[in-house]
Design a protein around this ligand. Structure first.
Ligand SMILES: [Zn+2]
Ligand SMILES: [Zn+2]
Length: 199
């Protein structure tokens, strides 16, 4: 398996609280990120300005994420482009030395073990991220920063009038008095009838 493009080595950052380093991390190739209707294409770079600070129990990552999402207007299907410019702050705790953990677990009573398990579950809920050796995995926070801020119904313009439901032409391209006559006798009786709005 090849290394995830979102893994970043903190090797340069001394593990002394107060130390700080800044990086520019362009992620050139990655999986498509987003939804069917709007996503960052696999070859669209995701540029990360990353600031790492050593704190007492880990590394604090402050990042600005920039990219470009492309998709379709949900009303008229025209192509849309959405600039991504989001920030996140994430704490990565140092992973513990497995040898120390094993030694401590040997000493722990059953009851303490149960309590520790409970705490670990709580930790998972709070999503405390652990470093993997010197690596931090930026994928989760990048994904959250992007996905949670993508519009669910992208529009080419906020006031896009969409398509005429009868002929599928764009209202924008149609004359103001564009209309369709209901000529079919089977439908004539339905005229003026309120149809339940479909979603
Ligand atoms: Zn549109
Ligand atoms: Zn029409």
């Amino acid at each position: 398996m090849s290394r995830s493009p979102y893994l970043f080595s903190t090797h340069d950052l001394p593990r002394r609280p107060g130390e700080m380093r800044e990086y520019f991390v362009p992620i050139e190739v990655h999986d498509v990120m987003g939804f069917d209707i709007l996503a960052i294409a696999t070859d669209e770079p995701i540029d990360i300005e990353l600031k790492l600070e050593s704190v007492s129990d880990g590394v604090l990552a402050t990042a600005n994420v920039r990219s470009l999402a492309t998709g379709e207007c949900t009303r008229c299907l025209d192509p849309v482009e959405i600039d991504i410019d989001e920030n996140f702050v994430e704490l990565y705790e140092y992973s513990e030395d497995p040898r120390i953990v094993r030694k401590r677990e040997k000493k722990m009573s059953e009851r303490a073990k149960a309590k520790k398990l409970e705490e670990e579950e709580l930790d998972e809920e709070d999503e405390i991220r652990q470093m993997d050796g010197e690596d931090i995995d930026l994928e989760g926070p990048i994904r959250d920063a992007i996905i949670l801020n993508l519009p669910i119904n992208p529009l080419c313009t906020p006031d896009c009038p969409g398509l005429c439901p009868e002929c599928g032409e764009k209202w924008r391209d149609l004359p103001d008095d564009h209309a369709h006559q209901v000529t079919d006798i089977r439908w004539a009786g339905l005229e003026g009838l309120e149809l339940p709005e479909s979603e």
